[in-house]
Design a binder for this molecule. Structure first.
Ligand code: SAH
Length: 241
């Protein structure tokens, strides 16, 4: 009888552990397929109907199940936003992929992110670019994300706790800036810290009302243009009082 238990335990460990991580790989692959299909159907969101290969590779690589609370692990590869505590969410994979693609980042780039949250978007960017600076206003979330990114080996991501409205002047200028919380205007300090020729992605609009993902471009002569990409729903950009 005892031996059956031992054999059972052995088989459980041998079979479930590899199968589980393989299972996540399969689920992640399916998630990326879904994202690609959604983007192909949304041709109008940008000039292209496909993600750049570097964005696809990053989405394939980053293990989203390691960025969500244990209670959400089973849903980690659904193409959906998920709660991460403190009333905040990890963005929908489709939105992460689109925003990363629209930033048109290169491997030599230095990026600023406002709203670290789980650290997932920062990790996707860190797979592609040289360095990511990310600011989170909710201290426990930022601290947890910083530890998570460090333990996963993302040495090219720096997390700061504080109000991202003012950006990160010591590390500026940035090749691109991504804001992952909905603001009611483009913070002037962020625009100032964007390099000429750089792009900023920011959701604009009020909470519970229609928000639009905006693409803000700073031309080489310093002039700024912006255009609406698509309606979105993000948690609010908050301020310290
Ligand atoms: N990029 C995140 C998504 C986080 S949701 C991810 O991949 O998981 C948006 C985050 O923005 C929340 O964690 C929220 O606390 C943060 N946030 C809101 N206002 C902010 C501000 N003024 N400065 C920095 N972070 C802010």
């Amino acid at each position: 009888m005892k031996n059956y238990f031992a054999l059972g335990a052995f088989l459980y460990f041998c079979c479930t552990f590899p199968a589980q991580s393989e299972g996540y790989d399969v689920l992640r692959h399916k998630m990326v397929e879904e994202v690609l299909a959604d983007i192909a159907a949304e041709v109008s969101y940008s000039e292209s109907s496909a993600l750049s290969p570097s964005v696809v590779a990053a989405m394939q690589k980053v293990e989203r199940h390691l960025f969500v609370p244990a209670s959400q692990t089973m849903r980690a590869y659904f193409n959906r936003p998920l709660p991460i505590g403190y009333g905040q969410t990890i963005s929908q994979p489709l939105i992460v992929a689109m925003m990363t693609d629209l930033m048109q980042v290169k491997d030599s780039d230095k990026i600023l992110e406002i709203g670290t949250g789980s650290g997932y978007q920062a990790a996707v960017l860190a797979e592609i670019v040289k360095s990511v600076y990310s600011i989170e206003i909710i201290h426990p979330l930022g601290k947890q994300a910083a530890e998570r990114l460090k333990s996963l080996g993302y040495d090219n991501v720096e997390v700061r706790l504080g109000d991202g409205y003012y950006g990160w002047p010591e590390a500026a200028p940035f090749d691109a800036i991504i804001v992952t919380a909905a603001a009611n205007h483009v913070p002037p300090p962020l625009l100032k810290q964007l390099k000429p020729g750089g792009r900023m992605l920011i959701p604009l609009g009020m909470h519970f009302m229609t928000q639009y993902l905006m693409l803000v471009e700073k031309k080489m002569d310093g002039s700024v243009t912006s255009r609406q990409i698509l309606p979105v729903r993000f948690v609010p950009f908050t301020r310290k009082h």
